[in-house]
Ligand binder design. Sequence first.
Ligand code: ZN
Length: 279
Amino acid sequence: MTTQTDGTTPPDMRRLCVHTMTVKRWSLAEAIEGFTAAGIPGITVWRQHLEPQGSDVSGRMLRDSGLRVASLCRGGFFPALTAADRAKAIGDNLRAIDEAAAIGAPLVVLVSGAVPGLPLDEARRQITDGIAAVVPHAEAAGVRLGIEPLHPMYAGDRCAINTLRQANDIAESLATPVVGVTVDVYHLWWDPDLESEIRRAGPRILSFHVCDWRCPTRDLLNDRGLMGEGCIPVRRIRRWVEETGYDGAIEVEIFSDELWAEDPRVLLDRIKTAYREFV
Ligand code: ZN
């Protein structure tokens, strides 16, 4: 099977990647074993799955597995009410970059952050400054940084970057190839400017996340659907992304109390089917 770029046929299975958060209850070792058994070639590792054994041991496990590591999730959370807390956030991002390098992840995904009570324009300034502060370390480590806009429902306390336009503006202003954007259909599908901002991002698109928006959504954080279970035109958005030349991993990132309750092995089978049918 060759990589399809017309958006009307399923993507190559070799591009499939699953986030460890999608199979949250598994340890990293269990995820490696489960992905390998299911024939899922790519993995994006969340830091909580690194923590128990540390990034050096995790890196060895991942290298031995032969799985392709797409990214480390996540850095960011730059804005804070005090300078001390902003400095702490920068320290944490430097560590995330080191962890990514240790596990062979070419990318750290940034959830930029937001703080209740801090005006959004100030939060956005602090985010730009925070990313700029860690750029030299990322360049030295050979790790890129993907600014991931989050749906505006998270602007209050999780992420003040809510559109791809904002992420593109920051990436453009920093003007370094290590800073790009992450396109997640869950956060961006509603945006009337999405197609043009994807085109504008072009080679700055460093990663691509898929799932679906359930209607109605029963929980603002943990009710994402499998592709095909909701109202996101995933295949159409994939086509826009691929028209820029993006041919990297297609990452399945699902937070869902309902799907987390399933046997992760069954979930991985359902993901493969949904990937073929709806991505
Ligand atoms: Zn995402």
